[in-house]
Write a protein that binds this ligand. Structure first.
Ligand SMILES: *[C@@H]1O[C@H](CO)[C@@H](O)[C@H](O)[C@H]1NC(C)=O
Ligand SMILES: *[C@@H]1O[C@H](CO)[C@@H](O)[C@H](O)[C@H]1NC(C)=O
Ligand SMILES: *[C@@H]1O[C@H](CO)[C@@H](O)[C@H](O)[C@H]1NC(C)=O
Length: 385
């Protein structure tokens, strides 16, 4: 009996070890259909020298850029560029954008994830944009955060439960309200500018720009794929949901820009016991009570409709199923867009992750399987004027 148990354990361990490398091999072996879309940087880019780095060497560090927002603002992003990646015009590199959570920093997010390591073996560039904290002195300060386009909308919170001061950039634009919580710089403009900045320096495959983010960064990931339709080939929000009324975009872009939205595949990772952004949506509890979120399944149903998939999600297998946190995934099958709308749940609260390194692995595994049909962002929003 003990022998049998030992044998079973051994078999499980062997399987685990294999699944840990199989997904990576499957990506290396993958022949992604469609065409590369080499960025401007493939012909005229200065490469990492533009950032003070050595040509042909790996680079990791901060890059500043000034954004012409409602007022000029200095911003920055942190890059992990593997050696030899993004500099050959024959091999335009995919770009992975990872968005930190509220109160976090881009570089510490980079250190606490394996994107840089996977970028080395799979040949992609990782970039970690930095959120701003322009809380007014002496006021309630919620730290660095992302404006997800809801500032000034009093319908997104239970007003007597939320008490936060308006950030300076919101004051200046008249966007204070009963649901204050972040700054009011335009994150669409910022992230779009980050993509442009990198694409003009490095050789990037613009059909393979990906975005992921955790918590407030996951909320921003939702906002970006809604408001910059046709820019991202895939998105993986971690424990992040749109606020009430924003499931289909602030301007219902999923309906308006359906053809472009059909180009983005989506995977959401979420802890079953999350009380800050509950899977079932509704009012948050925990240490940030009073915010009202869309239910995860309704958000995904909207995307599944855009992609012409089945109307209900069914169980689907991955390399990471089971384990201590009971990892399990579902997707809407039969999408005529050829993409996937998928979600994975695991035991845990807000900020918990499905096992050691598994979240980074499944994120990279999912994202890198997709490519846009046409990479030009077609959004004609006034922010680009
Ligand atoms: C941005 O940074 C530059 C260089 O440090 C500085 O000269 C400029 O005043 C800053 N601009 C703003 C709007 O803070
Ligand atoms: C929002 O911010 C403004 C300006 O700081 C403040 O007057 C108002 O009371 C805040 N709202 C809440 C609900 O805290
Ligand atoms: C896009 O915006 C520009 C500048 O505002 C405008 O001239 C143009 O007509 C717009 N194009 C479309 C297709 O809406």
């Amino acid at each position: 009996m003990a022998f049998l148990r030992a044998a079973v354990t051994l078999l499980c361990l062997v399987q685990l070890a294999r699944s840990k490398t199989e997904w990576l091999q499957s990506l290396k072996d993958m022949k992604l259909p469609g065409e590369e879309m080499p960025s401007v940087g493939c012909s005229t880019g200065r490469g990492p020298r533009a950032w003070g780095a050595t040509e042909g060497e790996a680079f990791e560090g901060w890059v500043p850029l000034t954004i012409m927002d409602f007022t000029p603002v200095n911003r920055s992003f942190y890059v992990q560029l593997p050696k030899g990646v993004g500099t050959s015009r024959w091999r335009p590199a995919p770009l992975l954008i990872a968005l930190h959570s509220q109160g976090d920093q881009a570089d510490s997010m980079a250190y606490s994830h394996d994107y840089g390591t996977f970028g080395k073996s799979l040949g992609f560039v990782s970039v970690f944009p930095q959120g701003l904290d322009d809380a007014v002195p002496g006021g309630g300060d919620l730290g660095t955060g992302w404006n997800v386009g809801t500032a000034g909308d009093d319908q997104t919170c239970v007003t007597d439960e939320v008490t936060a001061d308006c950030y300076a950039s919101c004051w200046e634009q008249g966007k204070c309200g009963s649901c204050n919580w972040s700054g009011c710089y335009d994150e669409r403009l910022f992230i779009y500018s980050v993509i442009q900045a990198i694409s003009s320096v490095l050789c990037i495959d613009q059909s393979r720009v990906y975005v992921t983010g955790e918590s407030n960064g996951g909320m921003l990931a939702h906002y970006l794929v809604q408001s910059l339709p046709g820019t991202f080939a895939a998105v993986v929000p971690w424990y992040g949901l749109p606020l009430l009324g924003y499931g289909l975009g602030a301007e219902f872009e999923l309906v308006r820009d359906r053809t472009d939205c059909r180009q983005t595949a989506m995977l959401q990772l979420h802890g079953r016991q999350d009380d800050i952004m509950p899977v079932a949506g509704g009012v948050s509890g925990g240490f940030q009570p009073g915010w009202i979120y869309e239910p995860l399944n309704k958000v995904q149903q909207g995307w599944a409709a855009v992609h012409n998939c089945d109307t209900v999600a069914s169980s689907t297998r991955t390399y990471w199923d089971g384990g201590e946190r009971n990892f399990a995934c579902f997707d809407y099958k039969g999408c005529t867009s050829g993409r996937r709308i998928m979600r994975c749940f695991y035991d845990g609260g807000h900020g918990d992750r499905p096992g050691e390194g598994a979240a980074d692995q499944i994120t990279v595994w999912f994202l890198l399987q997709y490519r846009l049909d046409s990479a030009k962002p077609k959004s004609n929003a006034s922010i680009f004027v």
